[in-house]
Write a protein that binds this ligand. Structure first.
Ligand code: HDC
Length: 307
C-alpha cells in the first residue's frame, strides 16, 4: 500500500498533536512482564530474578525490570501521519531506545505524551519514529522516555522520489545501529524462549496478531507467528543485568536496540556482551539459525572497575 506523494505535507509534521495517553500498572503487570521475558523460566528460585516476580525475603514490593518502561510506548501503536498510508500487517518493529531517569515504581499511574521524532522515506519502506515521555501523575516527575522506530514495509514513496523525505528531532548517533567489537565478548549468555513465549508476552499489552495468528503471520511473510521485538530486547537486557550488573537492574540508565531479523518462539537466544567504559555493547543471535537478530548498547550507572 504505497502512499500518494501529493497528500504528504512535511510542514504539518511538526504541528502534529497526539492526545495525552494515561497508563496505569500494578505489581501484577510487573510480575507478568518479567515472566514474559523469561525471568525465572530456567530456575524458579533464581537468586538474581526471583525479586522480579515475588516478594523475596519479605521485600515490600517486587522490583521492576528497566525494559518494562517500553510498554508505556505501546499506546502509540495506532499512529496516524497525514499522507502516510500503510498496511499494519506489514509493520515491523525496527528499533527501541529507552532512557530511564529514576527507578520504575512497582505500581504507578502515568501520563504519556507522544510526538513524532522522525520520519524517513526509504523507497520500499517508511520509517516512523515515535517519542513517548512518561510522567508520574501524582508528582509530575518525568520517569522515562522511549523512542520507538517502526519499519512500514510497502509504505515508502510518500515524498518526491528525487528528494526522499528524512527528518529526525535528535542527533544521528543516538539510537542507531552499533559496531560490534572484533575481540572476544566479555560475557555470553544463552537462554531458550518457549514455544508459547509470544502468547505469554502479549498479555503485557502488545496484542498485534503477528505474534499469535498463523494467517496474519503468513500475510506478513513469516512461516508462523514471530516473537515481539520487545520480548527479545527484554531477554537481552535481562542477560546483561545478570552477567554484568550482578543482578542490580537499577544500574541501567539507557537502552538501545535494533531488530535485525525476526525470532520464532522456541528458538534459543545467545547474547554476547562487550564492555566499553560504562557502555555494554551487545548482540543477540538465534543459535539454531546462527543469525544475529538484535544489536545495541546499554549504558550503566556506577559500573565497578573490578569487572
Ligand atoms: C509506537 C509503538 C509501536 C510499537 C511497535 C511494536 C509492534 C510489534 O508488535 C511488532 C514487532 O515486534 S515485529 C518483531 C520485531 N522486529 C523484527 O523482527 C524486524 C527484524 N528486522 C528486519 O526484518 C529487517 O531488519 C527489516 C525488514 C526491518 C529491514 O531490512 P531490509 O528491508 O533488508 O532493510 P535494508 O535494505 O537493510 O535497509 C533499508 C533502510 O532501512 C534502515 N533500516 C534497516 N533496518 C532497520 C531497523 N531495524 N530499524 C530502523 N531502520 C532500519 C537502513 O538503515 C536503511 O536505511 P539507509 O538506506 O538510510 O541506510
Amino acid at each position: 500500500m504505497s502512499s500518494d506523494a501529493s497528500d504528504f505535507d512535511p510542514d504539518r509534521l511538526s504541528s502534529l498533536q497526539f492526545p495525552e495517553m494515561p497508563y496505569t500498572y500494578s505489581e501484577r503487570d510487573v510480575a507478568l512482564y518479567a515472566l514474559g521475558i523469561g525471568a525465572c523460566a530456567r530456575d524458579a528460585v533464581d537468586a538474581d530474578e526471583l525479586k522480579y516476580v515475588y516478594h523475596e525475603n519479605g521485600q515490600q514490593s517486587i522490583q521492576v525490570l528497566p525494559t518494562f518502561a517500553a510498554l508505556f510506548s505501546l499506546g502509540g501503536l495506532k499512529f496516524e501521519v497525514p499522507g502516510l498510508q500503510y498496511d499494519p500487517r506489514l509493520l515491523l518493529h525496527g528499533q527501541q531506545y529507552i532512557e530511564i531517569y529514576k527507578p520504575l515504581p512497582t505500581n504507578a499511574s502515568l501520563n504519556n505524551t507522544v510526538t513524532v521524532a522522525g520520519l524517513h522515506d526509504k523507497g520500499k519502506a517508511a520509517i516512523v519514529e515515535m517519542e513517548t515521555k512518561s510522567y508520574e501523575k501524582d508528582s509530575g516527575a518525568l520517569l522515562c522516555m522511549n523512542r520507538t522506530t517502526v519499519f512500514l514495509r510497502g509504505a515508502g514513496g510518500f515524498s518526491k522520489s528525487s528528494h526522499p523525505f528524512s527528518y529526525s528531532n535528535y542527533p544521528k548517533d543516538k539510537g542507531s545501529s552499533v559496531k560490534i567489537p572484533k575481540g572476544q565478548p566479555f560475557a555470553v549468555f544463552e537462554d531458550c524462549t518457549l514455544p508459547s513465549q509470544a502468547l505469554l508476552y502479549r498479555l503485557s499489552g502488545d496484542y498485534n496478531p503477528l505474534h499469535s495468528d498463523p494467517m496474519i503471520a503468513k500475510i506478513a511473510g513469516f512461516t508462523s507467528p514471530i516473537l515481539h521485538g520487545l520480548c527479545t530486547l527484554g531477554f537481552a537486557v535481562r542477560a546483561i543485568i545478570k552477567c554484568i550488573c550482578r543482578g542490580d537492574s537499577n544500574m541501567v540508565k539507557c537502552i538501545s536496540g535494533r531488530f535485525l531479523l525476526h525470532v520464532y518462539p522456541g528458538e534459543t537466544l545467545v547474547t554476547e556482551m562487550w564492555l566499553e567504559g560504562s557502555r555494554v555493547i551487545y548482540q543477540t543471535k538465534v543459535k539454531e539459525r546462527s543469525r544475529a537478530v538484535l544489536s545495541g548498547y546499554v549504558d550503566l550507572h556506577g559500573l565497578s572497575s573490578s569487572l
